[in-house]
Design a protein around this ligand. Structure first.
Ligand SMILES: Nc1ncnc2c1ncn2[C@@H]1O[C@H](COP(=O)(O)OP(=O)(O)O)[C@@H](O)[C@H]1O
Ligand SMILES: [Mg+2]
Length: 321
């Protein structure tokens, strides 16, 4: 069953006298329990897309159009008060630095309880305490974390608290935006394997935003490749890893993130992202594409639909290239 359906979504940031097209005519569906990885280098529009689903983009400076349909409801039509019933309860998010929004001077447990009570105002003390015990267990944290302060936690423990917070109200969809990127490889691996276990148990669908293809390959069923605000390839991980069709996907699969992370140069793809504040006549990837032809300079490719729900935005995708 389709949980989330994004249709022709556009997000434009209005800054000074510029319009930055951060998300450009993006459409795709997420089926229940189909973990989806969204990949692309820094500046591709991944976080913008995530924030738009949660309606967390600044209202004054952004223009969002299209449809974001969650369980049959277009989230873009909802009022702030209606959104209260969706955010955290139905859709939640974990950021790389989610813990930054917690206070360093209050104990973790009391803050978790306060957050829980925001949506469960009538919960008794015992009920809240039980819920917190259950949540800490869920994310493999010792109970003593309840009485600890933020500065006493390791990076991995902090992300576990963030994940516990995101699962607090049993959401159907959880969005993780570079949530494990800052962790060492071993901790990242542990948390990722725990999450994939948990989501099966709790019936949660996950969107995993990352610049790291290996994270998606290891933990997701489907993949959405974004480049400069465009969805350039979409489909099952197994199909795309074995036979990437878009030259950008091919390049991503050849490159590895540097130790410093997201802003590293991609091996296999030279050049950098185009200016998102100017309109491009041809293919958005043309300036960096080694396989481009005449047509790519003049004509924006449409999305080619292939077998197995696969989509590719490239002039050569339909042929035997
Ligand atoms: N608040 C903002 N105001 C203006 N431009 C923004 C804002 N946030 C992001 N952008 C721009 O939108 C584009 C996409 O950014 P982002 O969604 O953060 O990409 P990613 O998460 O893939 O790194 C970038 O060009 C970025 O500079
Ligand atoms: Mg981002």
């Amino acid at each position: 069953m389709t949980l989330l359906s994004i249709k022709n979504e556009n997000v434009i940031y209005k800054v000074k006298n510029k319009s930055i097209h951060a998300v450009n005519n993006v459409s795709f569906d997420i089926e229940q329990q189909d973990s989806l990885g969204i990949v692309g280098e820094s500046g591709s529009g991944k976080s913008t897309l995530a924030l738009s689903i949660l309606r967390l983009l600044p209202k004054k400076t952004t223009e969002v159009s299209g449809e974001i349909i969650f369980e049959g409801i277009n989230l873009l039509d909802l009022s702030e008060s209606e959104l209260e019933n969706i955010r955290w309860k139905e859709i939640s998010v974990v950021f790389q630095k989610s813990m930054n929004s917690l206070s360093p001077i209050h104990k973790i447990g009391s803050q978790m309880s306060d957050i829980y009570m925001l949506h469960n105002k009538t919960a008794s003390k015992a009920e809240v305490k039980n819920k917190m015990t259950e949540l800490l267990e869920l994310v493999n944290l010792p109970q003593r974390v309840y009485t600890m302060y933020q500065h006493e936690l390791s990076g991995g423990m902090m992300q576990r608290v963030s994940i516990a917070l995101s699962l607090m109200h049993n959401p159907k969809l959880i969005i993780m935006d570079e949530a494990t990127t800052a962790l060492d490889v071993i901790t990242q691996g542990q948390i990722l394997s725990e999450i994939t276990e948990l989501e099966k148990r709790l019936n949660v669908t996950r969107i995993m935003i990352t610049h790291d293809m290996s994270v998606v390959a290891n933990t997701c069923k489907k993949i959405a490749v974004m480049y400069a605000g465009n969805l350039v390839e979409f489909g099952f991980v197994k199909d795309i890893i074995s036979n990437p069709k878009h030259p950008y996907t091919q390049g991503l699969l050849k490159s590895f993130p540097t130790l410093k992370g997201e802003r590293g140069v991609l091996r296999g793809i030279s050049g950098s992202l185009p200016d998102l504040s100017v309109q491009h006549d041809g293919c958005i990837f043309e300036s960096r594409c080694a396989a481009k032809g005449e047509r790519c300079l003049k004509e924006k490719p449409g999305t080619v639909i292939l077998e197995n729900g696969r989509m590719v935005m490239c002039h050569s995708a339909g042929g035997d290239n």
